[in-house]
Design a protein. Structure first.
Length: 662
């Protein structure tokens, strides 16, 4: 953190997103039932570690279809069919990267994998292929046992197979859930499908992740070991879902050989992943404090231009798990890993930290700090500078000064700001937002010169604007702009303050100012993945899709387990480049990971229109109104801040080529 500010808001969801259309005034009362149901958006979502980074409560699935005149048929015309099913979702890890490297070879290998292994064995285990989306598939099985046996079988077969001529094996992530589904023709919808898609996204490369409902059915029936991965907040599902991973040793035992996880290319430059520090206080309510210290260290290290730092979103997937540090280093593609613990008791705090060589597992540096609580900022700075020293990273002019600044003289204000960040990340809902605002306001009252509460408040009001929660969302946007500007006045070197200000400027359609402000932010924190993703998304609106792709690809390298929204950003960028095939691949993958997205469906429909795939475009257009019956092209044209009108015209032209809207 910088002068009088540490980035306690560094992982807040940045709501640079599309505000949903507002209902007619006479419908305002009660228009936001509990829980809130925010719409799909185009902005910067920080990514999920826990779904703190952008989780939203469940959106209802609307069963209405459009008639031949484009009007919704009444629900009464549909007989809703439901059944219990074991749902399996799978996709290829690193598929987009492989396509960029060698498209023809990748498509050929995928065709063989599907034809020789994946599809035939679904039938062998009594299942049914519901749909495939390029690099992924959705299947249903009559029992959880059949689904898990199929998953283990195909993962074992892939691990034992020849990796291919390029030496880069295709690996799957698989998620399985047992739940209620809605039958729509040959398709399946509902929470049962959504949960399977969400837990697939947190499975390890080459791994299998299952819900508790599946675990209860298979644990005494299959000779497998399971790892309890705890409760996970699942996007669009109100209650956390307990998940289990099939232990890699089980897969190895079934295959007769170890199945290595996908290895990222280890960075040539100094690189590090900071794992969540363990909370040793004996009180789970203190997790926010240990998490906050971890995030502050990540944020400060991200300011060092010559050090590659893995983003919080990826490193926090290891929270609460006993891990092999060498495996973590391989999975994240880094040379070093930092782990530690925090124990807070009264006005005392003990912090331990160990820097570990990812190749050997040996300790490079370790230290224990026993201090009064007021010294917590000094401890964080000492850890950060020790890492920089041990890794022999040369600091540029001004970087050391930015690393060694004290955020606030008031520890209670810092603690309250950490609480506010935790609440704002907990869920995208008016209740969480209001709790966060109360805590940030308390922190601001305790220390009016502490920049972090102003940044947190700006993000909270941006969230209100993008979800149209208040009667006058534009007032929330104005408030966010003022708060972010005040934060910059307090600390011109705070990249999060600049990020919040840039997002507010974007929605004000002051694009040149927004891009300039975001450029300053990325100069201050060149290895902050969320800033890079924000910049990539903004560059698409600035009519610079090539630069957008470059920024987004760098963000993904820093956050290998990146949020699914970034797939839409890439699809959007390639669409505006006129590369509709590549855009379609990213958008299909995004829909697989977030089945209730209207945003990616409309853009994919337009891409299909440009490609002459009219029937597929029309099918997607119908699906848009199932997931969002209030979808409005006019509203999107009004709020999407394209600098060049030709970009909006490109989107509409694709729909027109498919005869849409009808």
């Amino acid at each position: 953190m910088r002068s009088r500010s540490r980035d306690v808001t560094s992982s807040l969801p940045c709501p640079c997103e599309i505000p949903p259309p507002r209902p007619h005034r006479r419908h305002r009362r009660g228009r936001f039932p509990a829980p809130a149901r925010p719409r799909d958006r185009t902005g910067i979502i920080a990514p999920p570690a826990r779904s703190a980074n952008g989780l939203c409560p469940e959106r209802p699935i609307i069963l209405d279809r459009l008639d031949s005149h484009g009007k919704a048929r009444p629900v009464s015309q549909h007989r809703v069919q439901r059944r219990l099913a074991a749902i399996l979702v799978a996709d290829i890890v690193g598929y987009s990267r492989m396509m960029r490297a060698d498209e023809a070879a990748t498509l050929s290998r995928l065709k063989r994998l599907r034809g020789d292994l994946l599809d035939p064995r679904i039938t062998e285990y009594g299942g049914r292929l519901v749909k495939s989306t390029g690099d992924g598939l959705l299947a249903e099985f009559p029992s959880a046992v059949d689904a898990v046996q199929y998953a283990v079988d195909v993962q074992d077969a892939i691990a034992a197979a020849d990796p291919g001529s390029d030496g880069d094996p295709m690996r799957l992530r698989i998620g399985i859930n047992l739940g209620d589904v809605v039958v729509e023709g040959d398709d399946l919808l509902g929470d049962g499908v959504n949960v399977a898609a969400r837990i697939e996204s947190i499975a390890r490369p080459g791994g299998i992740c299952i819900s508790a409902s599946v675990y209860d059915q298979v644990r005494h029936k299959l000779d497998l070991d399971f790892e309890d991965r705890g409760l996970r907040e699942v996007k669009n599902i109100a209650e956390p879902v307990r998940t289990y991973a099939v232990n890699p040793k089980s897969l190895a035992r079934n295959a007769g050989a170890a199945a290595d996880d996908e290895r990222l290319v280890i960075a040539d430059a100094p690189s590090i992943a900071v794992l969540p520090f363990d909370n040793m206080s004996g009180d789970a309510e203190q997790d926010y404090f240990s998490d906050g210290i971890t995030e502050d260290i990540i944020t400060d290290l991200s300011k060092v231009s010559r050090l590659m730092v893995i983003a919080r979103n990826s490193s926090f997937t290891y929270k609460g798990r006993a891990v092999d540090v060498k495996q973590v280093a391989r999975e994240l593609g880094v040379r070093h890993v930092l782990e530690g613990s925090v124990r807070k008791a009264g006005n005392r705090v003990r912090v331990t930290a160990q820097l570990i060589d990812g190749a050997t597992g040996g300790h490079v540096w370790a230290e224990r700090y026993d201090r009064v609580l007021e010294d917590i900022f000094a401890i964080q700075d000492e850890i950060t500078l020790a890492i920089v020293d041990e890794l022999k990273v040369r600091l540029d002019l001004g970087e050391k000064d930015r690393l060694g600044t004290k955020p606030s003289a008031n520890v209670e204000a810092y603690d309250m700001a950490l609480h506010g960040r935790e609440k704002l990340m907990a869920s995208v809902s008016p209740a969480s937002k209001d709790e966060a605002i109360a805590m940030f306001e308390r922190a601001r009252a305790l220390d009016p010169d502490f920049v972090a509460p102003y940044v947190g408040l700006a993000f909270a009001h941006l969230m209100s604007y993008t979800n149209a929660w208040p009667p006058d969302p534009d007032a929330s946007l104005d408030h966010a702009l003022d708060l972010a500007h005040k934060a910059i006045d307090l600390d011109a070197n705070d990249p999060l303050a600049s990020r919040a200000y840039a997002v507010a400027l974007l929605w004000k359609r002051r694009l040149d100012e927004a891009c300039g402000e975001l450029g300053r932010a990325t100069a201050l924190a060149p290895n902050d993945s969320e800033l890079l993703a924000t910049r990539g998304n903004m560059l698409v609106y600035m009519h610079e899709p090539d630069a957008a792709v470059e920024s987004l690809e760098k963000a993904i390298r820093l956050d290998p387990l990146y949020p699914d929204m970034w797939l839409h950003f890439l699809g959007h960028a390639y669409f505006m480049k006129g590369d509709y095939e590549t855009a379609a691949r990213y958008l299909r993958e995004r829909i697989l990971r977030q089945p209730d997205t209207d945003l990616s469906r409309t853009m994919l429909a337009s891409a299909y229109g440009h490609l002459g795939r009219v029937d597929e475009a029309r099918r997607l257009w119908n699906e848009v109104f199932e997931v969002n019956p209030h979808y409005s092209l006019e509203q999107k044209e009004r709020v999407l801040p394209y600098k060049d009108p030709s970009d909006w015209n490109r989107f509409v032209d694709g729909l027109k080529k498919a005869g849409l809207p009808r």
